[in-house]
Design a protein around this ligand. Structure first.
Ligand SMILES: [Zn+2]
Length: 246
């Protein structure tokens, strides 16, 4: 299960960890964290947010149950003091309040220690999402109080066919896929397509079509060993997405 799938599962099951620490050097990590926060606060409890309830509508516009620390530069003790004030009052619209701390590697030591006080005994409704580019600058007590998800960057070798499949030339490209014999290469293409779909979902918000396509591509990966005809599988999985969203 990758990080995105894990986060989706906890939202579906409503088992949101008190603190989720996402470690990634990818720029997209902020978007992922924001969508996750939106989903936690969604009044309909739709993973990644329904986009329709009041909480989702105001999410990007000073949501009173959402606080974002670390948008720029270092994280200072004053930011954490503000957090304590935020934490005291009960949520306005949902069952939860969310504090997002991005670039936690820039947190000054005294700020880390102050954060720990809230993290050790948070009010039941308060959830933390912390992102950092590595674990090395995060104090161990914060790590041990969090569910840690590490997102590794996939190797840069992007298969040339992947972007072609994710474009208007989908239908003319798809037959070429059966000329590829190497299973590793096919896996690489599927990974690349999954990554593109995940990006599409981050831009559009949760979408059942895209979610199902990601799940089907993961199943396809497992079926590769059986010598399936990949072009046909991809045609049925991706054509609805391409027709509708690309
Ligand atoms: Zn919503």
């Amino acid at each position: 299960m990758n990080a995105r799938e894990f986060l989706e599962k906890v939202q579906i099951n409503q088992k949101i960890p008190t603190s989720t620490l996402i470690v990634s050097t990818k720029k997209d990590v902020e978007k992922l964290a924001l969508s996750y926060a939106k989903g936690i606060l969604c009044e309909k409890k739709t993973p990644w947010g329904c986009g329709e309830c009041y909480s989702c509508k105001i999410f990007y516009d000073k949501h009173p149950d959402f606080m974002w620390i670390g948008k720029e530069n270092s994280i200072k003790i004053d930011d954490i003091r503000e957090l304590s004030n935020f934490a005291i009052l009960k949520p306005n619209y949902s069952d939860y309040k969310v504090c997002l701390i991005t670039n936690a590697q820039n947190m000054l030591k005294e700020a880390s220690n102050a954060l720990l006080k809230t993290l050790e005994e948070p009010p039941i409704y308060l959830k933390f999402i912390i992102t950092a580019d590595s674990l090395s600058n995060i104090i161990p007590t914060i790590i041990s109080r969090s569910i840690v998800l590490e997102i590794f960057e996939r190797k840069a070798s992007k298969h040339f066919i992947c972007d072609k499949l994710f474009s208007k030339s989908f239908y003319e490209t798809i037959p070429q896929i059966d000329n590829i014999k190497d299973i590793k290469e096919k896996e690489e293409i599927l990974d690349c397509l999954i990554e593109n779909l995940e990006k599409l979902m981050l831009n559009k918000g949760f979408n059942e079509d895209i979610d199902n396509a990601i799940k089907s591509l993961n199943t396809t990966k497992k079926a590769l060993q059986r010598g399936i005809r990949l072009s046909l599988w991809l045609l049925s999985i991706l054509s609805p997405i391409v027709d509708k969203y690309i």
